[in-house]
Design a protein around this ligand. Sequence first.
Ligand code: NAD
Length: 363
Amino acid sequence: MNIESSINNDALLSYAKQLGFGDLHFKLDNSTGLFAMIAIHSTKLGPALGGCRCLEYTTISDAIRDALRLAQGMSYKAAVIGLPLGGGKSVLLKPKAIQNRSAYFEKFGEFIEELGGRYITAVDSGTNPEDMDAIAHKTRYVSSTTTGYGDPSPFTADGVFSSIQAAVKIKLNRNSLDGIKVAIQGVGHVGIRLAKLLFDAGAKVIVTDSNPQAIAKCVNEYQATVVGLNEIYGVDCDVFSPCALGAIINDKTIPQLKARIVVGSANNQLAEPRHGDALHNLNILYGPDYVVNAGGLVCACADFYKTPLEQVRKQVASIYGTTLSIFERSAAENVPTHTIADIIAEEKINSVSTKKLTTDKVA
Ligand code: NAD
């Protein structure tokens, strides 16, 4: 990686300004190989909670952009869903080899501690609950450790399921999913649980995935129909549920869609905001991804604040009402759903001028 040439300061700073930042912190530690950044988009509604990514990046600019973009997304997600959190994200530029993984994450824990509770970390791509345990040796501002609620995917799937129910009610005027056809792209942690929930509710499930074991489970246990990886967009169904990849709503896939509803867990489903506008213009109801998949954040928040499981379930169940009201407002104002979600998030964040930042209160 050419460090000097990979940083275009002007472009990055104007990008940060456009996203409404916030602050960005860096830490380098030669003894462990740590090169970390923590982006704090906002702490207006509470401490900035967001996962820790540990990935290889082609350039440092790419890593900074990822941190900035994801941190803003966390602010919006927490605001819309009504959690007492701001938005942040950390990115660790993964070295070729991490010599001592626990020392590496402990050093990152020290970095988090220096921010005094303004940022709380959690599991994300390239990290696991054991890494969070190492971080917890140095700071209490960490969730998703091995002693917490564990894998958030079931909560995420529950939120996606509720959002599909809300979309079916609005779009198809039906209170039941019995007989509704749902095409799921990706039956990993979230998708497979969603397939079960849908099957139990009487829906017909169509799946695609490159993992034969996951496919076999869906066929054997949920009577799923299987289609090829590129066929999933054009499946004759009521709901297309992207649960694998980002940017899959794009110029190539939109003309193939037969579904009248798009609701899934994948992050950043719209390749560009204009693709959300295109769905709206085609009368295809889109569940804004960061609202639909907020169950995982609810779980991480509850993990940190030690919220009882019953309350967590209630918060996840509230995703139904949140998506329903976004769909209703979108219809009433003739504005795409992804724009309505952003407007609600910005309204909530901007309605608070300053809030005493505390990590002590139970959410
Ligand atoms: P996962 O890695 O467990 O599952 C993804 C699945 O998609 C895998 O089975 C993989 O084989 C499959 N896949 C990959 N490429 C594919 C392709 N081209 N076509 C079809 N299938 C493909 O991930 P997950 O935890 O289930 O998360 C799914 C999505 O939801 C991701 O975008 C993730 O960022 C997002 N998300 C997850 C959570 C959570 O709690 N796990 C929370 C919020 C958002």
